[in-house]
Design a protein. Structure first.
Length: 186
């Protein structure tokens, strides 16, 4: 059985280093694991209970929920915007937390990683993301962490997959999450 890991990227910027990390995770996934990056977070409307009505849920939100329900685990990539989680990632978590009590995270394992320009690699944003997704029903795997500082200089001319240290760390992250997802399925 293949483990499906849904990746959500909290940066919409063309050339985003977090997007590049997610692309590397797709390529570095161990045998038996498939990492899929959800496309379309930029088109996802802000969460609003008035539009979250059965039969009229916006198409992008419905697609996100469908992809999440089919996932065995989640890998969230968060840059840091003004010391916290980017709005696009928080919005996706809000959509996936509903309907209340039956959200798509449903106790599935979640890991949060990322890179940022600052000296700590976005740890505040990643901590806030862990908190938010935990409240939303995900089973946050606290021992899976990867915060890569200095993204603008470190990845200025090198894709993360070509950085041996980062590729090794990311391979370990995906393998650990794969293991947790396998335990969850058993």
């Amino acid at each position: 059985m293949s483990v499906r890991i849904l990746a959500l990227v909290g940066s919409l910027r063309a050339g985003s280093h977090n997007r590049q990390l997610a692309e590397a995770a797709v390529k570095l996934a161990p045998e038996g694991a498939e990492v899929q990056i959800f496309e379309g977070l930029g088109e996802l409307p802000f969460y609003n209970e008035d539009v979250d009505v059965e039969g009229s849920v916006p198409a992008t939100a419905a697609a996100l929920r469908e992809a999440a329900r089919g996932a065995d685990a989640f890998l969230l990539f968060s840059p840091e915007y003004n010391g916290t989680i980017p709005a696009v990632l928080k919005n996706a978590i809000d959509w996936l937390s509903r309907p209340y009590g039956a959200g798509a995270f449903g106790g599935k394992p979640v890991a949060v990683v990322g890179t940022a320009f600052g000296q700590y690699g976005g740890v505040w944003a990643q901590d806030d993301t862990r908190k938010s997704v935990g409240v939303a029903g995900g089973r946050v795997i606290e021992d899976i962490k990867l915060s890569i500082p200095g993204s603008l200089t470190r990845f200025a001319e090198t894709h993360p997959i070509d950085d041996a240290e980062v590729a090794g760390q990311l391979t370990e992250v995906v393998a650990l999450l794969h293991g947790h997802a396998g335990e969850n399925a058993a």
